[in-house]
Design a protein around this ligand. Structure first.
Ligand SMILES: CC(C)(COP(=O)(O)OP(=O)(O)OC[C@H]1O[C@@H](n2cnc3c(N)ncnc32)[C@H](O)[C@@H]1OP(=O)(O)O)[C@@H](O)C(=O)NCCC(=O)NCCS
Length: 302
């Protein structure tokens, strides 16, 4: 039987441990410092559009004896300008993590979350919309089967069209772009942590790529040092399957290595993956670390 109560500052070491156990199930070397976890309970700068619409937030912890076995973070959205209509009086269980050995206690925690949402009088309820403060992952990872099962059994359903994979890997299989690059103009803009590369030929747009050089974000996420994120790649339709995408990745990797990155990570929507992006990324030796189901909505009655 669990004791469930709001988070207190003394819970931070155990909360950090529980969250980092889940993050390491995605990428074993990743984790977040306590200070960052604490700051994200109050504000989420990773969601610059929707986070300012949140009018109340609470974190619940479930204990068995002295041990924290489950925790959840809840958001309540307002219903006045500038909150988008879709988010009016919406509730989000932004994340819920638990030790898989304590499934009954996690379900009791989820019930406590529902009771809070009822007190907040939310009109709609979702889960994992905001998520944990880690790059690229949206929704519930398949690497956390205990969490997916819990939400499914409680009456939540994901939107299958929003399924994604987190791909990534090192640069060992990347070879220099070669002569193809001579036929194009490549221009890069480096703005702080962000790189944009534009490819043109005879002044016509051919391809574009965006990336973030350093996911450690000035040392606030030290375990993510040397990881870069690829955030967008697109080749004009009439130029596809002619080596341009490969040339662009080769060039990016040259820039990233120069900036100290050693691995890259990125999310790929299921539709894009199946349409060819998956095969494209695998050609660089990059593989999925995790697959996830997103846009979970509660279909029951509070
Ligand atoms: C994915 C994309 C960037 C690939 O660019 P590209 O210039 O066509 O890629 P390349 O010609 O360098 O392809 C390299 C290899 O990747 C694989 N590949 C690329 N596109 C593929 C496809 N549609 N189907 C299967 N394999 C594919 C092949 O192995 C290919 O080598 P091959 O042509 O010798 O068989 C391009 O198709 C695109 O812009 N798609 C739409 C946007 C998109 O999905 N972006 C990724 C979002 S995460």
């Amino acid at each position: 039987m669990a004791t469930i109560r709001p988070f207190k500052i003394d819970d931070l070491p155990q909360l950090t441990q529980l969250i980092n156990t889940h993050i390491s199930m995605l990428i074993p070397t990743w984790g977040l410092p306590s200070e960052l976890i604490l700051s994200r309970l109050e504000k989420n700068p990773d969601e610059p559009v929707i986070d300012p619409w949140v009018i109340e937030r609470v974190t619940f912890c479930a204990f068995v004896g002295e041990n924290l076995v489950a925790a959840a973070h809840l958001l309540r959205y307002g219903d006045t300008e500038p909150v988008n209509q879709n988010h009016h009086k919406h509730g989000d269980i932004a994340w819920l993590v638990f030790d898989p050995e304590f499934e009954a206690e996690a379900m009791a925690l989820l019930e406590a979350c529902h009771a809070q949402m009822k007190r907040w009088e939310v009109k709609s309820l979702g889960a994992w919309e905001s998520g944990l403060p880690i790059p690229c992952l949206t929704g519930i990872s398949d690497n956390w089967p205990h969490i997916g099962k819990l939400f499914y059994e409680a009456g939540y359903r994901p939107n299958p069209e929003r399924a994604e994979a987190v791909f990534g890997g090192n640069f060992d299989k990347i070879s220099p772009a070669g002569q193809l690059a001579e036929r194009f103009s490549m221009r890069e803009v480096i703005n702080g942590n962000k790189i944009i590369v534009e490819v043109t030929r005879h002044e016509k747009w051919v391809a574009r790529l965006e990336a973030y050089v350093d996911l450690a974000e000035n040392g606030t996420k030290p375990a993510l040092k040397t990881w870069a994120e690829l955030s967008e790649v697109e080749v004009a339709e009439n130029w596809r399957r002619r080596g341009v995408g490969t040339m662009l990745i080769d060039y990016l990797v040259f820039l990233l290595k120069d900036a100290g990155a050693r691995q890259v990570v990125f999310s790929v929507a299921k539709n894009d993956e199946e349409a060819g992006a998956g095969a494209f990324y695998r050609s660089f030796g990059w593989q999925p670390f995790s697959r996830s189901q997103d846009a979970w909505e509660y279909e029951g009655q509070l």
